[in-house]
Write a protein that binds this ligand. Structure first.
Ligand code: C2E
Ligand code: CA
Ligand code: CA
Length: 647
C-alpha cells in the first residue's frame, strides 16, 4: 500500500487561505480578470481539501467503501486539471490584454475545452478500465499506465501559452513577460519532482505556486493604477501605447482635459469634484467594449480604443464631445465642467509612445485656444508640433543671445499729417538672420514662459528711445502687453526702474492690452492698471472689434485710446456693411471723446474715407510699415517733417 504524506498539501492549503484573505482585502485588477482569479483560488482550495480527504480515506480501506474512494479520486483528478485550465485561460487573457484581435484567445479557449473534455472522458472511462488509477482486491490504490495524463494536459497548455507569448512578444507587457519566464520552469520542475517522487503530494504546492505568481503580478500592476479612479495612470497609458505600437495595432485616442477644475472643487466641494473624475473615467471606459480609460494627469483623461475606420472613430469622438456638453448629476448637483477634447489616430504612421503623449498634450493646448474646444486629428499636426519645437528652440537662443529687436510702426496723426506716435513691435531673428513673424512666436512665448523676457527687452529699448531727443516728435510709443504681465505688480516695479534710469515722461509710454487679455483675470489686472495709471502711464485697448467688443471694458478701465482692429476695415469703404460698422463706431467713440486709432489701413481709398470721417489716428501699411529704429529716426527727422498730402 502506498503511504502518502499530506503535510505539504496542508501547508499549501494554509498558504492559499492567506491568499484568499488578501484577495478580499484589496481590489486587484479589472472585473472579469478578478472573477476568474477568484474562481481559481476557490477551486484550488476545493481541490486541496478533496485531495486531503482522498488521502485520509485511502488510509482507511476497511471503513470507506471502494466506490466512495473511486468517486473522490475521480473528482480530484478532474478538479486539479480544471484548476490548471483556469490558470492557463487566465494567463492567456492577460497575454491578449494588449491585443485588439481576440481570435487567438478564442482558439486557445477552444483548445482548453477540447483537452478538458478528452481528459474528463478518460477519467470516466477509468471508472471501468483503471487506466489512470484503480483499486485492487484489498481496496488499495494502484496507479494505472495513464496516471500522468493530467500532467500531459498541463504541459500542452503551457507549451501553447509559451508559443503565444513568443509570437506576440511586442504586445506582451513586462509583468506578463516576467510571469511567462518564471511560471513554466517552476511548474515543470515541481511536476518532474512529483512524477519521480509520487509519495510526496506536491500538486497543491504546484497550484499555490501558480496562484502566488499571479498575485505578485497583480500587485505590480497596481503601481500602474490611479488610486482615485482605479483606471490606468499616465505610466500605464504609456505602456499601453508601447504595446499597441509594438504589435502594429491601429488605435484611436481621445484625450479630455477639464479646465479650471479648482472652481468645480470650490463650488461643489472636493468630494463631488472627485466623484465627477471617477464618473468621467468610468463613462469613458464603458464607451467601447475594447476601450481602456486612463487618468493622464490630475484632470486629464484618455480613452484608447481600436481604430475601426473613420466612421466609427468619428461616431465615438462625437459621442464624447456631446457628453462633455451635458451636465453630470452628482449628489443632487448638476455639474458642467469646461472640458476640451483632442483626438489622435494611429494608423501605422510611426512615432513613439512619448511622441504620442507629447502630441496629445500639444493638441489639448491647441483645443483650449479653439472655439470648438475639440481638436480632430489631422496629419498636419505633426508640422505644427515641429514648428512649435523649432520656435521654442529659437526663443531659447534669442533669449540667450539677445536676438530680439524692436521695430516701430509710425502712427499718423491725421489733423497735423505727422507721425506723432508709434507702436513698438518685437522682431526675432533666426540663426540665418531671417525674421520670424511675431504671430508665430508670441503665442508660444506666452505659453512657454518667454514673454517676460521679451517684454522687458522691448520696454528697455522703447524707454531708451523715449529718452532720445531725436524722438521728441513722438507724443507716445506703445508697447503690447500679454495677460501674465498685468497679473502681478512686477510690471510696476520694472517701469519705476526704467523711469528712474531714462527719465522720460510716463505719459509718453502707452501700454496696449487686448480684450482677451483683460477678460482672463479682470480684477487682478484692473488693480495693476490703476497703479500704473496713477503714475501717468496710458493704456490703449487693442484689437477692438476682433472679439466680443465689450464697451463696458472701455468705460470701466478708462483707456486713453482704442485701436480699431484691422479686420473691421478690410472691406471698407467698398462694402456697405463695413461702412455702416466703421462709421457707427467712429461716431460712438467721438461721442465718448475717446481717441480712436484705426489699424490696418492699406489703400488710399480707406485713408481718404477715414480722414473724411474725422478719424484722428491711422496706423497702416499705406502710411508706413514697421521699421527699425534708425529708419524711424530718419523718417521723423526728414519725411515726417513734410506732411504727406491728403489723399
Ligand atoms: P498688433 O498688436 O495688432 O500689431 C499690429 C500688427 O498689424 C503688426 O503685425 C503690424 O505689422 C500689422 N499691421 C500694421 N499695419 C498693417 C496693415 O496695413 N496691413 C496689415 N495686414 N497688417 C498691418 P506684427 O508686427 O506682425 O505683430 C503681430 C502681433 O504680434 C501684434 O499685433 C501683437 O499682438 C503681437 N506683438 C508684436 N510685438 C509684440 C510685443 O512686443 N509683445 C507682445 N506681447 N505682443 C507683440
Ligand atoms: Ca498692438
Ligand atoms: Ca492691433
Amino acid at each position: 500500500m502506498i503511504k502518502w504524506s499530506v503535510s505539504t498539501e496542508v501547508f499549501s492549503l494554509i498558504l492559499l487561505f492567506v491568499l484568499i484573505l488578501n484577495f478580499h482585502e484589496r481590489r486587484w485588477g479589472s472585473h472579469p480578470q478578478r472573477r476568474l482569479y477568484q474562481l481559481c483560488l476557490y477551486l484550488s482550495a476545493g481541490t486541496m481539501v478533496v485531495n486531503i480527504l482522498c488521502t485520509c480515506f485511502l488510509s482507511l480501506p476497511q471503513v470507506i467503501p471502494v466506490w466512495v474512494n473511486l468517486l473522490f479520486n475521480s473528482a480530484y483528478f478532474l478538479m486539479v486539471v480544471a484548476v490548471c485550465s483556469i490558470v492557463a485561460f487566465y494567463l492567456c487573457r492577460l497575454l491578449y490584454e494588449h491585443i485588439y484581435r481576440q481570435d487567438g484567445l478564442r482558439r486557445y479557449r477552444r483548445l482548453l475545452a477540447a483537452l478538458y473534455l478528452a481528459y474528463a472522458l478518460l477519467i470516466a472511462v477509468n471508472l471501468f478500465t483503471g487506466v489512470v488509477f484503480r483499486f485492487d482486491a484489498q481496496h488499495h490504490y494502484q496507479r494505472g499506465p495513464l496516471i500522468n495524463s493530467g500532467y500531459l494536459v498541463m504541459v500542452i497548455q503551457l507549451a501553447v501559452l509559451l508559443g503565444i507569448t513568443v509570437r506576440n512578444w511586442q504586445s506582451v507587457d513586462s509583468s506578463m513577460r516576467r510571469v511567462m519566464r518564471i511560471l513554466p520552469p517552476i511548474i515543470l520542475a515541481l511536476t518532474i519532482y512529483q512524477i519521480i517522487f509520487p509519495d510526496v503530494l506536491l500538486n497543491g504546492g504546484i497550484i499555490v505556486a501558480a496562484d502566488i505568481i499571479l498575485m505578485v503580478n497583480f500587485q505590480s500592476r497596481r503601481i500602474e493604477q490611479d488610486i482615485l479612479t482605479s483606471s490606468g495612470n499616465r505610466n500605464s497609458l504609456r505602456q499601453e501605447l508601447l504595446l499597441r505600437l509594438g504589435g502594429k495595432q491601429n488605435f484611436q485616442v481621445l484625450a479630455v482635459s477639464l479646465q479650471q477644475y479648482r472652481m468645480v472643487n470650490q463650488r461643489y466641494g472636493t468630494r463631488r469634484g472627485d466623484a465627477l473624475l471617477c464618473a468621467l473615467s468610468a463613462w469613458l471606459e464603458q464607451l467601447h467594449p475594447k476601450g481602456k480609460s486612463f487618468r493622464m494627469g490630475n484632470v486629464e483623461f484618455a480613452l484608447l480604443v481600436p481604430y475601426e475606420g473613420p466612421g466609427e472613430a468619428d461616431r465615438l469622438a462625437r459621442a464624447v464631445q456631446a457628453r462633455l456638453r451635458q451636465p453630470w448629476q452628482l449628489d443632487g448637483a448638476g455639474i458642467l465642467p469646461c472640458a476640451v477634447l483632442a483626438e489622435f489616430l494611429y494608423t501605422g504612421q510611426g512615432g513613439s509612445a512619448d511622441d504620442i503623449l507629447e502630441l496629445l498634450n500639444f493638441s489639448l493646448a491647441q483645443a483650449r485656444c479653439g472655439k470648438e474646444h475639440f481638436l480632430r486629428f489631422e496629419p498636419a499636426i505633426y508640422e505644427k508640433i515641429a514648428l512649435h519645437s523649432r520656435t521654442v528652440e529659437l526663443l531659447q537662443q534669442a533669449v540667450q543671445k539677445k536676438r530680439f529687436e524692436v521695430w516701430y510702426q509710425p502712427i499718423r496723426h491725421c489733423p497735423t499729417g505727422r507721425f506723432s506716435a508709434a507702436e513698438a513691435l518685437v522682431r526675432m531673428r533666426d540663426e540665418a538672420g531671417g525674421l520670424v513673424p511675431p504671430a508665430q512666436f508670441i503665442p508660444i512665448a506666452e505659453s512657454d514662459g518667454f514673454i517676460e523676457e521679451i517684454t522687458n527687452a522691448v520696454l528697455e529699448q522703447v524707454c531708451r528711445l523715449l529718452a532720445d531727443p531725436a524722438a521728441d516728435g513722438l507724443r507716445s510709443v506703445s508697447v503690447n502687453l500679454s495677460a501674465q504681465q498685468l497679473l502681478t505688480e512686477d510690471m510696476v516695479r520694472r517701469l519705476d526702474e526704467l523711469q528712474r534710469t531714462y527719465g522720460f515722461a510716463p505719459q509718453r509710454l502707452c501700454l496696449e492690452v487686448t480684450e482677451r487679455v483683460l477678460s482672463e483675470n479682470p480684477d487682478a489686472m484692473r488693480s495693476t492698471m490703476e497703479l500704473l495709471m496713477r503714475r501717468g502711464y496710458s493704456f490703449a485697448l487693442d484689437d477692438f472689434g476682433a472679439g466680443q467688443s465689450n464697451l463696458s471694458l472701455i468705460l470701466e478701465n478708462s483707456f486713453s485710446r482704442v485701436k480699431l482692429d484691422h479686420s473691421l476695415i478690410q472691406d471698407y469703404p467698398e462694402s456697405e456693411r463695413a461702412v455702416f460698422i466703421v462709421h457707427t463706431m467712429l461716431e460712438m467713440f467721438q461721442g465718448m471723446r475717446c481717441p480712436l486709432i484705426v489699424e490696418g489701413v492699406e489703400r488710399p481709398e480707406q485713408a481718404r474715407a477715414l480722414t473724411g470721417h474725422g478719424v484722428e489716428w491711422i496706423q497702416g501699411f499705406y502710411y508706413a510699415r514697421p521699421m527699425p529704429r534708425a529708419e524711424l529716426m530718419r523718417l521723423l527727422a526728414g519725411d515726417a517733417a513734410k506732411p504727406r498730402p491728403a489723399p
